[in-house]
Design a binder for this molecule. Structure first.
Ligand code: CDP
Ligand code: MG
Length: 388
C-alpha cells in the first residue's frame, strides 16, 4: 500500500499540522512518489506537469531535514525566475509555521543586495535563489555553501532554456562533493539530461507523473478570429459580458502589455502590467494585489509570468498567438489549476489560422472556435464552418 496522505508520512507533526492548516489531506501523485526518496537522501529526477504540486514534493522533505540549531545553509533551491523564487520561499515559509527555528531566505536579482546580506547573517538553513544572484553572493563571499546537503533545481527545463546552464554548473562546483541532487521539471530536455549526466549519482531515482485525465484541469478553450485592431475591443467586450474576477492577459511584447494596460485603465478596469521593464518592488506589489483579489486584470509577457502559481484565475486571454506551441499550454495552464475549471480565449487574425492549426496539432488540445453573434454574445461557430 502506498502512503498517500500527509498524516501517514514519516515527518514531524509540526509539518503535518502546517499542511492541514492549508486544508490539504491527500498528497498529490508527485508528492507521494517523491517525498520518501528525498527523505532517504536519494538523488531524484522528477518529471511532472505544471500544477501537480512539485513545490511541496521537495519542500516537505527539506523542511523535515532542517536542523533548527544549524547556523549554516543546509539546502539550496534554484529557481529560474524571481517570481517563482519568491513563491517557493512563501510555500516553504508556510511549511515552517510551527517550526520557529527553521529559516528560509530568498535571493534574487533586481533587489538591493545589502538586505539579502543582512538576511543571510540571520543564519537561514534554506536558501531559495535565482542562479545569477546566487553567483553574485558566492563571489562576494556573503554565503557559505560548505554545509549544503541538498540542491534542488526547480523548473530545470525553463532554467536551462533561459541560458542558465553555465551558471548552474558554476554553482554546483561550489557545493560539497557529497550532496543530494534533486531535479524537477515539466519536461526532460536535452540539457536537463546533460545536467543529470554531469551531477547525478548512479542510484538516482527517476519519477514520472503523466497528466491523468481525471486530474487534468478542465479548461474550456475558445478561439476568436479578429483583425489586429479589433482585439482590444473584443477583450473589453468579453470582460464586460462575463463576470470574470481574476483575468490574465498574455501578449508577446513588453510594449503590448503596456498598451493593453493603458487602454483597459482608460475604461476603468483595475489593471496592471507585468514585464521585465517593471521594477522588482512594483512587481512584488502587483503579484500581492492580484493574489489578494485587489486587482482584476494582470497583463503579462511569458517571461514575466513563468512559474507563477496564482490559483483561481478565471480566464486567460492569448491576446497574441504565442510563437511557441508549449507556451500556449503554459499560458492556458494559469487557469483551471488544482482541479478547478477555467476558460481561455485565443485571439488570432485570419493570417494566423495556420498557426492555430499547428498549436492544436502539437498540443492535442480542443479549441472551440467562437464568434460574436448579431445580438453581441459569443456563439460557437457551426462545425461545417470551422476556420481551422
Ligand atoms: O510546481 P508545480 O507547478 O508542480 O505545482 P505547485 O505550484 O507546487 O502546486 C500547485 C498548486 O497545488 C498549489 O496552489 C498548491 O498549494 C496546490 N496543492 C498542493 O500542492 N498539494 C495538494 N495536496 C493540493 C493542492
Ligand atoms: Mg513549480
Amino acid at each position: 500500500m502506498e502512503v498517500t496522505r500527509y498524516s501517514e508520512l514519516n515527518v514531524s507533526e509540526n509539518i503535518k499540522k502546517a499542511v492541514a492548516d492549508l486544508g490539504f489531506d491527500e498528497m498529490t501523485e508527485v508528492q507521494w512518489k517523491t517525498i520518501p526518496h528525498m527523505l532517504e537522501g536519494k538523488d531524484v529526477v522528477v518529471k511532472s506537469p505544471t500544477g501537480t504540486g512539485k513545490t511541496f514534493a521537495f519542500g516537505i522533505p527539506l523542511v523535515e531535514k532542517t536542523d533548527p540549531e544549524a547556523t549554516q545553509p543546509q539546502f539550496l533551491i534554484l529557481s529560474p525566475t524571481r517570481e517563482l523564487a519568491i513563491q517557493i520561499h512563501q510555500e516553504i515559509t508556510k511549511l515552517t509555521k510551527y517550526l520557529p527555528g527553521v529559516r528560509s531566505v530568498v535571493l534574487y536579482g533586481g533587489a538591493p543586495i545589502q538586505k539579502q546580506i543582512t538576511a543571510l547573517k540571520k543564519n537561514p538553513q534554506i536558501i531559495v535563489a535565482t542562479p545569477g544572484r546566487m553567483l553574485d553572493h558566492i563571489h562576494r563571499h556573503t554565503v557559505k555553501l560548505n554545509a549544503i546537503q541538498t540542491v534542488v533545481l526547480d523548473e530545470a527545463d525553463e532554467m536551462l532554456d533561459m541560458g542558465f546552464f553555465q551558471d548552474v554548473c558554476k554553482i554546483m562546483e561550489q557545493l560539497p562533493e557529497t550532496k543530494q541532487f534533486a531535479l524537477f521539471s515539466a519536461t526532460i530536455s536535452r540539457e536537463v539530461m546533460d545536467l543529470m549526466w554531469l551531477y547525478q549519482r548512479e542510484d538516482a531515482v527517476e519519477i514520472t507523473v503523466t497528466p491523468e485525465k481525471e486530474s487534468e484541469p478542465k479548461i474550456t478553450q475558445y478561439a476568436l478570429e479578429c483583425s489586429k485592431l479589433a482585439k482590444m475591443d473584443f477583450l473589453i467586450k468579453i470582460l464586460r459580458l462575463y463576470d470574470y474576477q481574476r483575468v490574465m492577459v498574455f501578449c508577446n511584447t513588453k510594449s503590448g502589455t503596456e498598451m493593453i494596460r493603458r487602454r483597459l485603465a482608460e475604461k476603468k478596469f483595475s489593471v496592471e502590467a507585468l514585464s521585465s521593464d517593471v521594477n522588482q518592488k512594483k512587481r512584488n506589489q502587483i503579484m500581492k494585489q492580484f493574489k489578494a483579489r485587489e486587482l482584476q486584470v494582470l497583463v503579462a509577457t511569458d517571461v514575466a509570468a513563468r512559474g507563477i502559481d496564482v490559483s483561481d484565475v478565471d480566464v486567460v486571454f492569448n491576446f497574441d498567438v504565442p510563437q511557441d506551441n508549449t507556451v500556449y499550454l503554459h499560458r492556458v495552464g494559469r487557469t483551471g489549476r488544482a482541479r478547478k475549471t477555467g476558460v481561455s480565449f485565443l485571439f488570432y487574425t485570419e493570417m494566423e489560422r495556420a498557426r492555430v492549426k499547428e498549436i492544436i496539432r502539437y498540443t492535442k488540445v480542443k479549441i472551440i472556435p467562437v464568434r460574436f453573434s448579431k445580438g453581441g454574445i459569443l456563439e460557437p461557430i457551426p462545425e461545417d464552418q470551422y476556420p481551422f
